[in-house]
Design a protein around this ligand. Structure first.
Ligand SMILES: [Mg+2]
Length: 133
């Protein structure tokens, strides 16, 4: 393979996909890469706001709140934003991921799984600035 890894992502995402489908794309990729993945399947009995996904591998640990690309309608709740802010302040990599960040997510999951083979897009100067979450 030649060129940057995010240029070789497996498939483009359909426009306007739901948060549930967006989540399943990420979880499928993470499991394929043999990362540890936690996601809430029923959040009704938990306190509000914890991010949708927690992912860990040899390259690190991240959490992500997932939203759709419709920024106006799909926004973090105050409880979700409070968790993202608190985790970031505690030096946890906490993200808000929308489908337009797919190239970044793809590159980051590859890095989490194989840190010696794939660069972290957060610190890779070649990764396009406008595609960063
Ligand atoms: Mg969400």
């Amino acid at each position: 393979m030649t060129g940057p890894v995010w240029a070789a992502r497996p498939l483009p995402l359909a426009p306007g996909l739901s948060e549930a489908v967006w989540q399943s794309r990420i979880v499928e990729l993470a499991l394929h890469l043999r990362l540890q993945v936690h996601h809430e399947t029923d959040s009704r009995k938990t306190r509000k706001g914890w991010p949708d996904l927690a992912i860990a591998g040899p390259g690190g640990f991240v959490v992500a709140e997932l939203k759709t690309d419709n920024d106006a309608r799909s926004k973090p709740t105050p409880e979700q934003q409070a968790w993202l802010d608190a985790l970031t302040a505690a030096d946890v990599r906490a993200y808000l991921w929308r489908p337009r960040h797919w190239d970044y997510v793809y590159a980051l999951l590859l890095h989490l799984a194989h840190p010696n083979r794939h660069r972290d897009p957060a610190t890779d100067p070649a990764f396009p600035q406008e595609q960063r979450p």
